[in-house]
Design a binder for this molecule. Structure first.
Ligand code: NAP
Ligand code: MG
Length: 499
């Protein structure tokens, strides 16, 4: 059962932030939506209205894109020398850390996630992402090439080299599950490479992006370089269609990802996509069972399962299936369900009524199709659902095939390595995969055969600014983080000089 906990006193600075009228950031100015419309964002644990924010739409996106265009084309931003850019990114990282408590509390309030996770993971990782990309500007290199130039006379000489240059105006559309971190993954590499940005946060969780906007201004990001427009899907659609946007980077559902690809066709803007998943987590007979049980639970319950890389298809070797399931059920049953501001809470509310309906729909569909809830299986009060593991599933069930985005997993027995690799790979997705074994050869063999952008051995959710992240198949296009994001936000030019 859920419990209620007195909200801790909010810091005066956070109270001040929440009390002020929220504005969108265009060309360095905080303004209302052109229409004057607003929408309300809520605490999903209590239903309390937290703030009203501008409902930006196509006209605001247009203003923001013009500002980003101007900043890119007519200022020296794209040509800042590396040390200056590095100092700016480093300063943003430091300023995020200086407001870490406010960011963590705001993220927990707006999204519902545990305050401790928001502090230890979301906020620290966001600061780390800016720190990591602060190191890149001085390391971006081209090559010196040796062309043969077949039409030139034998004694002609050439000097050819390549340069990595920014792509231009980047539209960035982010989801509600890790609101600040997704803003950091998008903005940090874009700034490190000299692009300009129009960011569209998710309508459920706009607040930490707006606080980040204040910090970007304070750090000295020039006017128009980062613009932040809160709003609904229509604002995201306007951004992905806009003919003056050079690249769109999106994280969210596969369904909207496909719409973005279609909308991008008008001016053939570059597109990178980080979409859904239905990731396998495989427990071999030789695994350390205790750590595998813990890792499997963390795999599908982190952020109440609202994580694109969640390990929701659990495959367990038949020789340990019953024993493993018994331990899994016992520990899942013991997970505390409650609001994010209770330090005991592991399972916190889902982000919205829409998400609750979606997850409850899958719970019902699973039961109706004949799956058995080993543990959980029902909604709790408010936007809370019980952490759930289904057994007795067949591969055609929606709970085995589709992304649920709630604390729900299926546990499936297997008998051989080839069989489980094939089953794990039978998915339209390919974002992540976990495997649990103490056999080093098996770990390498299986890791190399799984169709997934990230494979984790004897661990899960092992994300890091230095490690590329993204998906095979319909889990997306391109990779974010690591050096890969530098490639994502630059384009290569070759220059040839006849000497
Ligand atoms: P979503 O619709 O894909 O939302 C992601 C972002 O895209 C939001 O900023 C959203 O704005 C915006 N958007 C919506 N329609 C758009 C359009 N036509 N063109 C451009 N941008 C658009 O995700 P959702 O509806 O919030 O969640 C639905 C499901 O998506 C979840 O249950 C989960 O399965 C999946 N999901 C995946 C991730 C991930 O990390 N890969 C994250 C979130 C959700 P609004 O907020 O105003 O809709
Ligand atoms: Mg949506």
């Amino acid at each position: 059962m859920t419990t209620t906990v007195e909200s801790p006193a909010r810091s005066p600075r956070l109270q001040e932030f929440l009390a002020q009228p929220q504005k969108i950031l265009i060309d360095g100015q905080w303004t209302d939506a052109g229409s004057g419309e607003t929408f309300t964002t809520y605490d999903p644990a209590t239903g309390e209205a937290l703030a009203t924010v501008p409902r930006g739409a196509a006209e605001d996106i247009d203003r923001a894109v013009s500002a980003a265009r101007r900043a890119f084309d007519t200022t020296d931003w794209a040509r800042w020398r590396p040390a200056r850019r590095e100092n700016l990114l480093w300063k943003i990282s430091e300023l995020i850390l200086s407001r870490a408590d406010d960011f963590a509390e705001l993220e927990s309030l707006d999204n519902g996630k545990p305050l401790g996770i928001a502090a230890a993971f979301d906020v620290r990782s966001s600061a780390d992402c800016f720190r990591y990309y602060a190191g890149w500007p001085s390391k971006i290199q081209g090559s010196v090439n040796n062309p043969s130039m077949l039409l030139a006379p034998e004694d002609a000489e050439f000097h050819s080299f390549t340069r990595r240059e920014p792509v231009g105006v980047c539209g960035q559309i982010i989801p509600w599950n890790f609101p600040l971190l997704m803003a950091a993954w998008k903005i940090a590499p874009a700034l490190a490479t000299g692009n300009t940005v129009v960011l569209k946060p998710a309508e459920q969780t706009p607040l930490t992006a707006l606080l980040l906007g204040q910090i970007l201004v304070e750090a000295g990001v020039p006017d128009g370089v980062v613009n932040i427009v809160t709003g609904h899907g229509e604002a995201g659609a306007a951004l992905s269609e806009h003919s003056d946007v050079d690249k769109v980077a999106f994280t969210g559902s596969t369904e909207v990802g496909k719409r973005i690809v279609a909308a991008s066709a008008g001016n053939l803007k570059k597109v990178s996509l980080e979409l859904g998943g239905k990731s396998p987590n495989i427990v071999f007979a030789d695994a350390d069972i205790d750590s595998a049980v813990g890792g499997v639970i963390q795999g599908f319950t982190l952020n109440s399962g609202q994580a694109c890389e969640a390990g929701t298809r659990v495959y367990v070797h038949e020789s340990i299936y019953d024993k493993f399931n018994a331990a899994l059920a016992e520990q899942v049953k013991a997970l505390a369900v409650g609001p994010g501001n209770d330090p005991e809470s592991v399972i916190t509310p889902l982000v919205s009524q829409e998400q609750l309906d979606r997850v409850v729909g899958y719970l019902e569909a699973g039961k109706q199709a004949g799956a058995v809830a080993l543990v959980g299986g029902n909604r709790d009060t408010g936007y809370f659902v019980e952490p759930t593991v289904f057994t007795g599933t067949s591969e055609d069930m929606s709970i085995v095939q589709e992304e649920i985005f709630g604390p729900v997993a299926v546990s499936i027995p297997f008998s051989g390595d080839d069989e489980v690799i094939a089953a794990a790979n039978r998915s339209e997705y390919g974002l992540a995969a976990g495997l649990w074994t103490q056999d080093l050869s098996r770990a390498h063999r299986v890791a190399s055969r799984l169709n997934a952008g990230s494979v984790w051995v004897n661990t899960y959710h092992a994300l890091d600014s230095a490690l590329p992240f993204g998906g095979f198949h319909q889990s997306g296009w391109g990779r974010e983080l690591g050096p890969e994001s530098i490639e994502l936000y630059t384009q290569v030019k070759s220059v040839t000089i006849a000497i």
